[in-house]
Design a protein. Structure first.
Length: 135
């Protein structure tokens, strides 16, 4: 079995920058989804009730695609990780597939597309994500 090629500095930088943009985008999307939820159900309350909604309410389920990707990037970049360049490339490829809003696509792509139609801040971050990933 051949040894794993370590993650290059370039890929490490790309994944770190991607992680930061994804976290920022997730926050904007979460705030937007919370506002939509509160229009129907009233005030969510503090962070704990919101976390419970994010984890359990179907309205928030589509956001798990981004949070899961952030966790996978964090794991790959951790000091104890045995992830190599192949895993780093796979994460970048996964991000390129996920972060493509579509009017007609999977649940995430359609919800993301709708969010982009409604928020200039989300559009700006999407442009930064696309520029970083070359999509």
């Amino acid at each position: 079995m051949s040894p794993t090629q370590p993650i290059t500095d370039e890929s490490r930088t790309l994944l770190t920058d991607l992680r930061n943009l994804l976290l920022e985008q997730h926050k904007l999307l979460l705030d937007r989804e919370r506002a939509e939820y509160e229009k129907v159900h009233g005030d969510v309350g503090g962070p704990r009730p919101l976390l419970a909604l994010v984890l359990n309410d179907p309205q928030f389920a589509w956001l798990k695609q981004i949070s899961t990707l952030v966790v996978e990037i964090d794991e790959a970049l951790s000091r104890r990780s045995k992830a190599g360049q192949q895993e780093a490339d796979a994460l970048a490829t996964q991000a390129r597939q996920i972060m493509r809003p579509r009017e007609h696509g999977n649940e995430f792509q359609m919800a993301y597309y709708q969010a982009i139609q409604e928020s200039p801040d989300i559009v700006i971050l999407q442009c930064k994500i696309e520029q970083l990933l070359g999509i």
